[in-house]
Every structure is written in C-alpha cells, then in structure tokens.
Unconditional design. Structure first.
Length: 203
C-alpha cells in the first residue's frame, strides 16, 4: 500500500534497517517509532492483532543510492585506506573471533573475527528503558572521537546489517555525521567469503 508520497513508520526489530532500505531506494518520508512496542501499548495507543491487507501501491524503486551503501568490493578496497574508517559495531566477543553469530554460534565454513583496520565501536546503550533513543548529548558520549569528529567516510558493519543500520541512523540523523555508509552484507557475507582478510585475537 505504499505510494511515493506515503509516510512510512518502521518499528519492531531493527527498524533502522527498514528505514535504511527505503532510503537506499529513494523513498522520501521514512521514520522510526521512537519507543518500543510495549511502551506504545502501555501508553494506550491503538494496537491490533489482525493482519492488514492494504491495496497494492504504486511506488517504484529508484536506482540504488551509493552514498548510503557499501558492497563487499567497496569494503575490500577500503581496508587501510586513509580517509575511510571501517566501524565494527558488534560485541567484543564477535570482534575478537570468539563467536560468529551474536547468539554465540559458529558457522560451518565461516571465519570469526573482524576486518583488518576496523575500529571496534559497539552500539550498546543507544536506547533508554522505554525503547527510545537517548538524548543527543548522551549518544555523543557513546561514540569514540575518531568516529564522530573525523571528516572522512565511515562504513558500518555488524552480522546481518541491523546493528550497522542502527549506527548509521544515529550517526546520520541524530548526530549529523556526514558520509556514513552501511555494509549490509556484513559478517554473514564477509566471514563466509573465501579470500576475504580476517583478523582475530581469539580465533
């Protein structure tokens, strides 16, 4: 049911990934519900368990916006390049190579660890208890100076793109950091692609 002039609100698991995908293909008005579903319901707002059946919409995808996405080839070229920072937003255990998936599982044929030259910048603590984003001043304190203050490009990655898109949203829309892209293939692609360089402190 989405039309070119529709306002789209994303919520639930990794809503920033939904917003990022729509921005990637040119939708103008996409937003995030700034609270959790539980907070929404507790506030007495409308809620339903019935499945909606919207009529087909007329929106067509624009060309991909390369300013917000980096693919595997772009990330491979970015390793060690001046002016480009790879930002690993996963947990310390994932970064160190102790686990492949955030749940703790490993991947048959996959390699755990991180990309060479990647800065470890986990995105824990972005939310308040009600599921809303913390105030800007508090969000700034969560990011390293080289992430916030640099003028170069940032490429975020995680495991499947959800946390990376969340970091992109906070940096771009709440902290006004320019030149941020998401590697949506993230570790699920990189760690299972033969020949990609991987570093790990606890392989």
């Amino acid at each position: 049911g989405i039309e070119p002039d529709s306002t789209v609100v994303c919520y639930g698991y990794a809503p920033a990934l939904g917003l990022w995908l729509m921005k990637l293909y040119g939708h103008r008005d996409v937003r995030i519900l700034n609270c959790s579903r539980d907070t929404w319901r507790a506030g007495g707002h409308p809620w339903s368990t019935a499945a909606s059946e919207p009529a087909a919409g007329g929106w067509r995808l624009d060309d991909e916006d390369s300013r917000v996405r980096a693919n595997l080839a772009a990330v491979r070229e970015a390793i060690g390049q001046p002016g480009i920072t790879l930002m690993d937003v996963r947990s310390a255990a994932e970064y160190a190579g102790e686990r492949f998936w955030p749940s703790g599982g490993m991947e048959p044929g996959g390699r755990a660890g991180h990309m060479p030259s990647a800065v470890h910048q986990p995105v824990d603590g972005l939310y308040r208890e009600d599921g809303s984003f913390r105030p800007v001043a508090e969000l700034r304190d969560l990011f390293a100076p080289e992430v916030l203050d640099g003028s170069g490009e940032l490429i975020t990655y995680c495991t499947i793109g959800g946390r990376a898109a969340t970091a992109w949203f906070v940096l771009t829309y709440l902290l006004d950091r320019q030149r941020v892209r998401v590697y949506d293939g993230s570790w699920a692609e990189w760690g299972r692609t033969p020949g990609t360089p991987v570093e790990a402190s606890n392989p």
